[in-house]
Design a protein around this ligand. Sequence first.
Ligand SMILES: Nc1ncnc2c1ncn2[C@@H]1O[C@H](COP(=O)(O)OP(=O)(O)OP(=O)(O)O)[C@@H](O)[C@H]1O
Ligand SMILES: [Mg+2]
Length: 450
Amino acid sequence: MGTLVLVVEDDADIATVLRDRLQAMGHEVKTVGDGKTALDALQRVTPGLLFLDIHLPDPKLNGIEVLKWVRKEWPDLPAIVMTAFGSIPLAVEAMKEGATDFITKPFDPDYLNIVIGKSLERSALKREVTALRSELESRFDMLVAASPKMSAVIESAKKVAQSDSTVLLLGESGTGKDLLARAIHNWSARRGRLFMPVNCVALSEELLESELFGHEKGAFTGASTQKRGKLEVADGGTVFLDEIGDMKPGLQAKLLRFLQNREFDRVGGTRSIRVDVRVIAATNRDLLQAVKAGAFREDLFFRLNVVTLTLPPLRERTEEIPDLVEFFLKKYCREAKKPLMQISPQAMKMLTAYSWPGNIRELQNAIERAVVLKTGDTLKPEDFSLQPMDLSSNRAEQMGRPFHRAVEHHKREIIRRALARASGNQTKAAECLGLQRTYLARLIKQLDIK
Ligand SMILES: Nc1ncnc2c1ncn2[C@@H]1O[C@H](COP(=O)(O)OP(=O)(O)OP(=O)(O)O)[C@@H](O)[C@H]1O
Ligand SMILES: [Mg+2]
């Protein structure tokens, strides 16, 4: 598709040559002969490209002056200046004033093509960057949630983002701890530096130690080269210690030392390394309980527990469900390249009444699945396959059970069924349940599911 090009040139012959060339390239052209008319025209039309002669009839409003105006009023409009052959100093001055490029007259048609192509490409890239940036920001805007509980969390998060304090994020699986950690980094002065997630449960203790602190060559079998740890790589940025509640006691001590004085040794190293990182930690475990049980160091807990933000489970903020549903519908319809679907009032009622044990992740998965499978334009209750809590089965047996055992019994049943449907594949079962695989693995162990 062609672009509207505004040509500002007082020499009628040159203006005609330029217009013919630009039209031949498929662009629409408007020509004017002086600076004043050019600025007037810009008030009325929005060209995608400007060709500007430096020598214009009014000496008070020559090309350079027009360019200064354009830069002030239309900073994104690419402007190519035209100078007579041999007047390079003027071209240099124009470039200093923010011209995108320059050509000398008489112009070579091939060169003209290249200059135009480059300028248009650059402004397209600029637009793309702006669009991506605003999309990224809107991702975090989504966190500005509709419930009073969430708004309070977001407000505190924005405040703490301004400081370098350690932040502890608590909340059930799928409540948005990961997303909030990223948002805090993006709201902080460290946003231009790295955000480095470290999952404390995915690796063995030894590997996690070297992942965090790095190692020297020969520190252990297999350490054939020196490696910098994530704390070092993230210097100046934020480190996100995810699932901190699962960190082994030995490492907890080393992490404590780091949090106390921001210093650590690489594995096998003898020299202390000092870095400047903000630490955000998250867990879906009850850390206080873990401290009482002796599984988590109390001193580390106090170090981490400087500012604690707790994300409420979705069932405690059901007023957000319509907004979230809307958000995920838009997202997944766009991704599936389907027209935006509606949701029937009955379906919305059902989604609002459901208890969402997997929280926002489960809701997100439910919408994605429904959108992908749906052929019509309105999602109905039958388009969702929520896991109903089958409370009618074994009722007699449950009646005699204390509450917690009954809950455990149900958890076990739900997981067993999901595993059976997924033929024992934990990743698939976790997906169906809207849980993270690591969390499901932990539940399976906890509940002793064979
Ligand atoms: N307020 C929100 N708005 C939009 N999407 C959200 C919101 N909160 C969470 N999500 C989405 O829900 C999913 C789960 O969130 P996230 O991964 O942050 O949860 P989590 O608390 O880290 O869970 P886990 O403890 O299992 O790691 C993500 O895809 C995230 O983008
Ligand atoms: Mg997470």
